[in-house]
Design a protein around this ligand. Structure first.
Ligand code: EPS
Length: 388
């Protein structure tokens, strides 16, 4: 499966075209809209999210609630476009008409300067409109389709926030994935630890008051993956590597880890590797899950645990030092409306990109035309893996 996205943050709409989704998958706008709404929430979001009411239009590839196997086109309207028609319109403007809201003072940490140099844009709006995290809207839409594939195969995905602005959540929890999902859903910062939640909200308030922004860490957990998805045979077949790449592709993400991740550097092997057990009901299991569900680039059948770190959003109301690219004079960077913290929303994006990679790998490995065939192949594979 693959998909492309298109659209500018303040342009008319965002679009994704998804190819390779098997025929016969149950899919309705409601599956996607629920995910879009989750991404819009989260303490620390700015005013833009009060303008947008993200709703998907399914324009191809689905008929009577079921996928056809043909490309699926999904679009989401940018309501804010009505305020930006003149600035973001596709039509040429008259020579004597001034382009409004030009940006010539790049924001450190954003794509502004590098993108402007690369594409030769003197107005850096031409860069920021596409580099904006608004694009994650349709990545979440594509992820919702992937989640639907996983769900039909009995695979569940949940995400939560484990750190914001240096406030760490207690992550020793033993709830079921469903309880974890529900708790995260009920939290304004998608955090399971109610003490940490309050401190995170305070940290966001403080950052906002100071015109600053803060980042954090999100975690995605996936239960029910069959064993042996992905492969050790070639670098680009390693599924854990694809997950790391997917996490790093989310706007403002600077790192990814799987299982104990960087912590493995500090532990002896006896405290890292997960001992192997077998019982008749579950087949092979592990005493621990330090590997985060991966060995040799393949799933172990234990829960997949992926974390990603998001840097603070680079658009600051207390702007950092920059240079005006026209005058070359030192200036404070441009001030644009922004969020003071988007980590809770980013955890929904992280779920989407992880779901996408896992669903793609399953579809590739277990036959990719018809959902029923994939279901049957996965069922048989689970059975033979248990008795292996
Ligand atoms: C973003 C800036 C803000 C955010 C935006 C990402 O948008 P605006 O410039 O319109 O205020 O709200 O995020 C979204 C629009 C979204 O849907 O998540 C940026 O510069 O990356």
């Amino acid at each position: 499966m693959r998909y492309l996205t298109a659209g500018e943050s303040h342009g008319p709409q965002l679009t994704t075209i998804i190819e390779g989704v098997p025929a016969g998958l149950t899919l309705a706008a409601s599956h996607i809209n629920g995910e879009l709404a989750r991404r819009q929430k989260g303490y620390g979001r700015g005013r833009r999210m009060q303008i947008e009411k993200d709703q998907v239009n399914i324009l191809s590839g689905v008929r009577h609630g079921s996928t056809l196997g043909s490309p699926i086109t999904l679009t989401v309207e940018n309501r804010d476009f009505q305020h930006w028609r003149k600035i973001m319109g596709a039509e040429p403007i008259a020579d004597d008409e001034e382009v409004k809201r030009q940006i010539t003072r790049p924001r450190p940490g954003h794509a502004d300067l590098n993108g402007a140099i690369k594409y030769g844009h003197r107005d850096m709006r031409n860069v920021l409109e596409r580099s904006s995290a608004r694009e994650t809207t349709v990545r979440v839409a594509a992820g919702a389709v992937a989640k639907q594939i996983l769900s039909e195969l009995g695979i569940q995905v949940a995400g939560h926030v484990i750190e914001i602005g240096g406030v760490k959540a207690n992550t020793t929890h033993s709830e079921s994935l469903e309880t974890l999902r529900q708790k995260a859903e009920d939290s304004p910062v998608r955090c399971l630890d109610s003490e940490a939640e309050k401190k995170m909200m305070k940290a966001i308030d403080d950052a906002k008051e100071q015109g600053d922004s803060i980042g954090g860490i999100v975690e995605v957990i996936v239960e029910g993956m069959p064993v042996g998805v992905g492969s050790y045979t070639q670098y680009d077949n390693k599924l854990d590597a694809k997950l790391a790449g997917a996490i790093m592709s989310i706007n403002a993400f600077k790192g990814a880890e799987i299982g104990v991740g960087f912590e493995a550097a500090h532990r002896p092997g006896s405290e890292v590797h997960d001992e192997i057990l077998w019982n008749e009901q579950d087949g092979y299991t592990r005493r621990t899950n330090n590997a985060g569900g991966f060995e040799g680039g393949m799933t172990t059948g234990m829960p997949v645990v992926v974390r990603g770190v998001m840097k603070p959003i680079p658009t600051l109301y207390k702007p950092l030092q920059s240079v005006d690219i026209d005058s070359k004079e030192p200036f404070k960077a441009s001030i644009e409306r922004s969020d003071s913290c988007a980590v809770p929303a980013a955890s929904v994006v992280a779920e989407a990109v992880v779901a996408w990679e896992l669903a793609s790998a399953i579809v590739n490995q277990f036959g990719n035309d018809q959902m029923n065939v994939i279901k049957e192949n996965v069922r048989r594979h689970r059975e033979s893996a248990r008795d292996f």
